[in-house]
Design a protein. Structure first.
Length: 347
């Protein structure tokens, strides 16, 4: 599997394909062009906020007000992760090398192995919501279908019964899971540039922990770490939960054409510019999956074209508000865990 997260859809020249016609409409509208000014501003702002957060920790020092800065930095870390995502998709730079450098720098800023995440995200984009092929549906802790629930053992079997109620509390561990998964992936010999990933990852840990325990008393440093990482995990999980959870799950040979595979398994979140900023453009998930290398500020404009085209093809285009998207995701989790609640066999 290619390490580049830009999933390459069928070429526009594909005769008669539904996606080919849509692709031409998008290209004619100029929506695949790079947005260097936008990304220069966004990178500058996010970098400035990142630096300002750590300067605030140093200036406030031995005060419990640093926990407010920890909450602020949790959001900033989420924004840095979104920049890593855009860079990996070549939304920022056209060339692979520049994209990898930017992505690795952003990944190092939040303590993430860029190579591990890139490989995982590539496979997700190729087969979104496919039970066997999408790594985001692996039943590591939660179960995503009733079949997975019936086969679950150990912790997934125990948690799966009430996973809808536990979902957001469990997201407090997602930041830690990101770090642990990144570190574990370094043992995978097939991972490209794993030596560089290892240096950047452990460099982040050393600097992060050194700054905390140098500037703050022991108890306050641990409190900062807990607040920062737990809220970072909640924010990170909240970015991705509305996108596919609760949408149709594909199985086996059930693989529709590229356009339908991406549209039918994805859900958009309605909202204005603030929603675009908070979710990093991932609220336009359908357009992002159809055109992964499209710069995020162009996704809103592409939405009107894609939605109208799907109506012409009679392809269901799902868009809901943010709160309803979470309700649908939680309802799906609750339904998936039903066999475990009905089972008489102890976990």
């Amino acid at each position: 599997m290619s390490m580049n997260t830009t999933v390459r859809p069928p070429p526009p020249e594909t005769s008669g394909s539904d996606f080919a016609r849509l692709s031409r409409k998008i290209s004619d509208a100029g929506l695949m062009g790079r947005r260097p000014g936008y990304y220069a501003l966004r990178i500058t702002v996010v970098t400035g906020l990142y630096v300002a957060g750590w300067v605030a920790v140093a200036l406030i020092g031995r005060s419990w007000w640093t926990l407010a800065v920890a909450a602020f930095l949790a959001v900033v870390f989420g924004q840095v992760a979104l920049l890593a995502h855009d860079a990996a998709h070549r939304q920022v730079f056209r060339r692979r090398k520049a994209s990898e450098v930017a992505g690795r720098m952003a990944g190092a800023g939040v303590g993430m192995s860029y190579g591990w995440w890139q490989d995982k995200h590539t496979r997700h984009h190729a087969n979104p919501n496919h039970k066997e092929l999408d790594p985001d549906l692996d039943p590591d802790l939660l179960v995503w279908s009733q079949d997975q629930a019936r086969a679950a053992r150990g912790l997934p079997r125990l948690i799966g019964r009430w996973q809808a109620y536990l979902f957001f509390p469990l997201l407090t561990l997602e930041g830690f899971n990101l770090h642990v998964s990144s570190a574990k992936a370094l043992a995978n010999r097939s991972l490209k540039h794993r030596g560089l990933d290892g240096v950047l990852l452990f460099g982040h840990f050393v600097v992060y922990l050194s700054v905390l325990f140098w500037l703050l008393p022991l108890g306050m440093a641990f409190a900062f770490l807990a607040v920062h990482q737990c809220l970072f995990g909640v924010y990170l999980g909240s970015l991705f939960a509305p996108n596919h959870k609760g949408m149709p799950i594909l199985r086996g040979e059930d693989r529709p054409d590229f356009l339908r595979r991406q549209v039918l398994t994805s859900r958009n979140v309605s909202g204005g510019r603030l929603t675009d900023i908070a979710l990093g453009g991932l609220n336009h998930q359908i357009e992002h999956h159809l055109f992964p290398s499209m710069p995020s500020p162009n996704l809103r404009k592409a939405r009107a074209i894609v939605r109208r085209y799907c109506e012409e093809l009679d392809v269901e285009y799902v868009e809901t508000g943010l709160i309803r998207s979470y309700r649908l995701a939680l309802s799906s989790l609750h339904q998936a865990g039903a066999p475990l609640r009905n089972a008489r066999v102890p976990a």
